[in-house]
Design a protein around this ligand. Structure first.
Ligand code: NI
Length: 142
């Protein structure tokens, strides 16, 4: 019979911060609706650790890429679709939204090694006519 895993014990730390910086931090926490500084610090630490790990090319990651572009730009939609077909192993799914008469938003969910996901995202973002592009990487839960 397996033992129930113990909840990880909390370690307490004290840190020194300039008052001005702390005030700015507290205002940020208020805007983001944090109930206390500890939870905000934990999130900052987790985000920094993830950022560090997904910088490694061989790390398995999941990601979402948001693109905004004008679909009337000659051949752009075809080019973006062709690139995704070329990398169908990394592209899990995509959603296309017709924002208005000209503009499209595409959200592409990707999965694979950080290096190849990043390269694919860069090649889509840098296509001529793409007005905005942002990739968010995360680690798949183990
Ligand atoms: Ni569209």
């Amino acid at each position: 019979m397996g033992k129930r895993p113990e909840p990880s014990a909390l370690a307490r730390i004290g840190i020194a911060v300039e008052q001005k910086l702390l005030n700015q931090f507290d205002r940020l926490l208020e805007r983001r609706k944090y109930e206390n500084r500890s939870e905000a610090f934990r999130d900052l630490i987790r985000a920094a650790l993830i950022e560090e790990r997904v910088a490694e090319d061989d790390r398995p990651v999941v990601g979402s890429l948001t693109l905004l572009y004008d679909h009337e730009r000659r051949l752009l939609s075809e080019k973006l679709t062709a690139k995704q077909h070329e990398h169908h192993h990394e592209v899990v799914s995509s959603m296309h939204v017709h924002l208005d008469h000209h503009n499209c938003m595409e959200v592409i969910v990707m999965r694979g090694k950080a290096g190849s996901v990043r390269r694919l995202a860069d090649s889509l973002i840098s296509a001529k006519g793409v007005l905005f592009g942002k990739l968010t990487l995360a680690e798949p839960p183990v």
